[in-house]
Design a protein around this ligand. Structure first.
Ligand SMILES: [Zn+2]
Length: 139
């Protein structure tokens, strides 16, 4: 599962920072995920909480913000953000997950340029995940 491996890498980062700072506990972690990562925020939170058990991050609050994607047309150069209408409907489709990170993704999602109608669309933003802030309890 996509969310599980992402949760593991987030948690590794968080625990490394906590150890560097000599923290006893992780209180809160703010995470931003791009919609084109195809990550389900609720599943990600569930995985984080499960993986954090028995670590200093156990019981921490995981705040996950979904970032809207930004797209660019290869034909006319137009750039736009996804809106409600275009937002991803079927995130559980295995074909989408298989294409993740590849150039095929925009066509699988049936994305079109709002200006010229071209389907030659590339993802500019919203395909990454970052830990934005971590609150620690220092020992
Ligand atoms: Zn265009």
């Amino acid at each position: 599962m996509h969310e599980l491996s992402l949760a593991q890498s987030i948690l590794d980062t968080v625990l490394e920072i906590a150890e560097d700072r000599g923290a006893e506990r992780v209180l809160k972690v703010e995470i931003r995920v791009g919609e084109f990562t195809l990550v389900n925020p609720e599943q990600l939170r569930f995985c984080l909480e499960a993986l954090a058990e028995g670590t200093p991050a156990e019981g921490a609050e995981f705040e996950i913000e979904l970032e809207r994607g930004r797209l660019r047309c290869r034909e006319c150069g137009a750039e736009w953000r996804t809106d409600e209408e275009e937002s991803l409907k079927d995130l559980q489709d295995p074909a989408l997950h298989a294409a993740f990170g590849s150039d095929e993704l925009p066509s699988l999602l049936d994305l079109k340029c709002p200006k010229c109608g071209s389907k030659s669309v590339e993802i500019r933003d919203g395909d990454s995940c970052e830990v934005r802030s971590i609150r620690l309890e220092l020992g």
